[in-house]
Design a protein around this ligand. Structure first.
Ligand SMILES: CC(C)(COP(=O)(O)OP(=O)(O)OC[C@H]1O[C@@H](n2cnc3c(N)ncnc32)[C@H](O)[C@@H]1OP(=O)(O)O)[C@@H](O)C(=O)NCCC(=O)NCCS
Length: 295
């Protein structure tokens, strides 16, 4: 299983890093397998993954990808794990996972998390990952209802938003949130009480054919405040297909999605590899995740 990241030919496959310039090819691969990730999402994933982005090539053809994104010193996420349908069941994804896990071991990152599809789960289990809970994908056409609205996020809110995200997610990821706000400034909202930020929702919409707008991260200290954020996002995106990825340990979140005309489409399994229990998070405040590929 040992395979280095150098351009070292294995029997027919070559391991390389995935760079920003490779985003269009990775995007084409994910379209081929039916994923709704946009080109802009791939560019961000590759940017955030940095040296943790890996690819296998056969000749000039990109045949497999995997990205490890590091958060602080304790935690990392693995996503973007895809093997081209013509090259499956040859151990390629397992090899790339070994490379990504080795990269994280070298950085002494103890906890690795990921969101596994049904297809991917057996491979991750074989590598030692254990299920924690499910993430449900809810989707539908955005419709709007009467009720109080949240307000647009202002630049001065960002520190409080990053702090609330860290409290909920369990680790600070300011560079991720700041980039999302920079890319979609018109799709960022906050709620506040007595001048304190109590919740926020960031959405992504690349308006690509067939790709729904993505709602999340979506976090709030209370269910009624979380609804206010959802109502606001849906009224701005009215008529658009939207999706939100909800941790099933927060039943308020799925109840809100249902009440706003979204329906559960499928689920994936959040999994953990590392010593002892998964790192702590405040799931009661977590209504929608930022992205399956990066947590
Ligand atoms: C999940 C996915 C990445 C697996 O890719 P892959 O390269 O086929 O994975 P591997 O070959 O390493 O392992 C898959 C299976 O092939 C088997 N296998 C590995 N080498 C083999 C070989 N030489 N001959 C036959 N079978 C082999 C493995 O034992 C494994 O079997 P299992 O599913 O019964 O456990 C791929 O199916 C895919 O891209 N799916 C769509 C996207 C997706 O869901 N990605 C996961 C996101 S979390």
């Amino acid at each position: 299983m040992a395979i280095t990241w150098e351009d070292k030919p294995l029997p027919e496959v070559v391991l390389r890093r995935l760079w920003l310039a490779d985003a269009p090819r990775a995007h084409a691969l994910s379209r081929l397998v039916g994923w709704s990730l946009t080109l802009a999402s791939w560019e961000r994933m590759i940017l955030w993954g940095g040296r943790g982005c890996f690819a296998l090539y056969r000749g000039d053809a990109l045949v497999a990808t995997a990205i490890a994104t590091v958060y602080g010193r304790e935690r990392a996420w693995i996503g973007g794990v895809i093997t081209h349908p013509d090259h499956r069941r040859q151990g390629l994804a397992t090899r790339l996972m070994a490379v990504a896990l080795d990269y994280l071991r070298q950085r002494a990152i103890p906890h690795v998390l990921l969101d596994a599809s049904e297809q991917g789960r057996p491979m991750y289990e074989a590598l030692g990952f254990r299920p924690i809970y499910n993430i449900e994908v809810w989707a539908g056409r955005a419709s709007s209802y009467l009720g109080p609205r949240a307000r647009p996020l202002r630049r001065g809110d960002l520190d409080a938003v990053v702090a609330l995200d860290a409290e909920t997610f369990g680790v600070a990821r300011g560079r991720i949130l700041r980039r999302l706000v920079q890319d979609y400034p018109h799709l960022a909202w906050v709620d506040e009480e007595d001048g304190q930020i109590t919740g926020f929702l960031l959405a992504q919409d690349d308006r690509q054919d067939g790709t729904p707008a993505h709602l999340g991260p979506w976090m709030h200290r209370s269910p009624w405040g979380a609804e206010k954020l959802l109502r606001t996002a849906l009224s701005v995106l009215i008529g658009r297909e939207v999706r939100v990825d909800i941790p099933d340990r927060n039943p308020h979140a799925s109840a809100l999605a249902y009440a706003h005309n979204l329906r559960r489409r499928r689920a994936c399994t959040r999994m953990h590899l590392g010593p002892g229990d998964p790192p702590p998070e405040l799931i009661a405040q977590h209504y929608g995740v930022a992205a399956l590929a990066t947590g």
